[in-house]
Design a protein around this ligand. Structure first.
Ligand code: AHR
Length: 495
């Protein structure tokens, strides 16, 4: 199979917001507890209770922003349960996720400490479903008010005199579902009320985020935008890639070729969803002041056999690497609306970048794609078109064989990322390089691929799938030629 393309290196299409590479960590299964928080007394090496190996791995991929505490957990979370001396914090049952004890040892101070260690922005999701306006307002005061106030005094009593800076604040999560089963009209009114008390204190400017639709609920987007657009800075979208049906989603490994194809076909739907939701947003916000934040995305499979169903623990294979790359390419394309995306979830839950088992840690294929794509963070998106090459399996509808993106970083280096979806054949790609300031550039690359559709990393074999140096790329007479292996994600640098 061969594809031809044109890269216009002198046509910049705007900056790719680094927050597209954001994460989401909920009090769910082993994401927060064990995955991040092990406590100060743990034999697992930690700093202030937060495991060092995980922090180092996440810093390596330049995690820009982290969403917390949920998810569905957010609309059941009462933040005051998670402050003060740990021994007197409330113990309760995490009713939504697995019915396990939540001891509240990871709360506001611990989350802000995590963000400090990660050097990333906090994105806090407030409780609309079962919380009060006062509770949300006081959380913002506790976090960000520097002067004399009851919440600032309480924060100081708990060991933190200085207010934190908090940029992103979500007003509810999935309020059409686990966050209160609301109608959009009702949520829009509540949003207007709650956000009024999410105040900007002491120079802290909060970016207010409204709960947006699930998948293709265009009516939710229409009503929320119509009734509340003046009061929001961004609105969310949730879309999970599920190869099967809700009741029988499919396995994370040991799946069929048909499931490989179906997963990629379904993940490509993100493009249509963003396009159509954007069209509605454009009606009320033609200047694109408001961002679309895809704060839950990724694959959702059946849990690993023998694990607690409510913990949503799944393996992660080369297929997930392709899903990650394909979605990044889509988010880049929509960079004028998509200002942030948060993969669900960082550790041990759904499409995780890291898996842990006690003190052991494994980096997943998805992690490696985050690493390969970090060069695009805050880079200028370039115009790249690629034609030819479709992919179909067992008579199903055709999908593109290759999806692509290109950007130029602040040093002038150009990076081209190519996701090759076809699991059976390689692909020859030729790209005319136009508008290059320097014509003596050389191409080098890195690729992630494997010898089976479900190849993955385990605690016994942690390096089965990882990026390898890639030399099947060269430039001759202004044309870049690349030989892409079947089922691969590749990033090429022109420097
Ligand atoms: O990520 C798991 C769950 O999926 C989240 O808690 C919820 O917001 C969504 O339904």
């Amino acid at each position: 199979m061969s594809l031809r393309g044109i890269l216009n290196a002198d046509i910049g299409l705007g900056t790719i917001n680094r927050n597209i590479y954001g994460h989401f960590s909920e009090h769910l299964g082993r994401c927060i507890y064990e995955g991040i928080w092990v406590g100060e007394d743990s034999p697992i090496p930690n700093t202030n209770g937060i495991r060092n190996d995980v922090v180092n791995a996440l810093k390596q991929i330049k995690i820009p922003v982290l969403r917390w505490p949920g998810g569905c957990f957010a609309d059941e979370y009462h933040w005051m349960d998670g402050i003060g001396p740990k021994e007197s914090r409330k113990r309760m049952i995490n009713t939504h996720w697995g019915g396990v004890v939540e001891n509240n040892h990871f709360g506001t101070h611990e989350f802000m400490e995590l963000c400090r260690q990660l050097e990333c922005e906090p994105y806090i999701n407030g409780n609309v479903g079962s919380g009060t306006v006062r509770e949300m307002s006081e959380w913002v005061e506790y976090l960000t008010f520097q002067g004399e106030s009851p919440m600032a005094a309480l924060r100081a009593e708990n060991g933190r005199k200085d207010a934190w800076k908090v940029t992103y604040f979500g007003v509810g999560n999935e309020n059409w579902g686990c966050g209160g089963q609301m109608r959009p009209e009702y949520y829009a009114d509540l949003y207007r009320q709650y956000q009024t008390y999410v105040r900007n204190y002491d120079g802290n400017r909060i970016h207010r985020i409204a709960c947006g639709p699930n998948v293709d609920d265009y009516n939710w987007m229409e009503v929320a935008m119509r009734e509340a657009h003046r009061f929001m800075d961004s609105i969310t979208l949730h879309y999970y890639t599920i190869p099967g049906q809700w009741g029988e989603k499919g396995a994370a490994t040991g799946f069929s070729e048909a499931e490989w194809f179906e997963t990629l076909r379904k993940t490509l739907r993100m493009d249509e969803l963003i396009t159509r939701h954007t069209a509605i947003m454009d009606k009320y916000d033609p200047t694109k002041r408001i961002g679309l934040i895809v704060d839950e995305w990724g694959t959702w499979y059946d849990v690993e056999p023998g694990t607690v169903p409510g913990f949503l623990y799944q393996q992660n294979s080369l297929r997930d690497a392709l899903v990650a790359g394909v979605n990044f390419n889509i988010f880049h394309k929509h960079r004028d609306r998509v200002r942030m995306a948060n993969i669900a979830q960082t550790i041990n839950v759904l499409q995780a970048v890291i898996l842990t088992d006690g003190e052991q840690m494994v980096l997943t294929p998805t992690y490696h794609v985050f690493d390969m794509y970090k060069v695009h963070q805050d880079a200028e998106l370039l115009q790249l078109s690629l034609e030819g090459g479709s992919y179909s399996f067992e008579g199903k509808e055709e999908i593109p064989a290759v999806t692509s993106t290109a950007s130029k970083d602040s040093e002038g280096k150009i990076h081209i990322s190519l996701c090759h979806l076809n699991h059976l054949a390689s692909a020859e790609v030729s790209i005319d390089l136009r508008g290059l300031a320097d014509t003596s550039l050389k191409a080098s690359g890195v690729t992630i691929t494997g010898d089976a559709i479900d190849v993955h990393n385990t605690f016994d074999r942690p390096d089965q799938v990882k990026p390898q140096p890639f030399s099947e790329c060269s430039i001759k007479d202004g044309v870049l030629t690349v030989s892409l292996p079947a089922m691969s994600v590749t990033t090429i640098e022109l420097a």
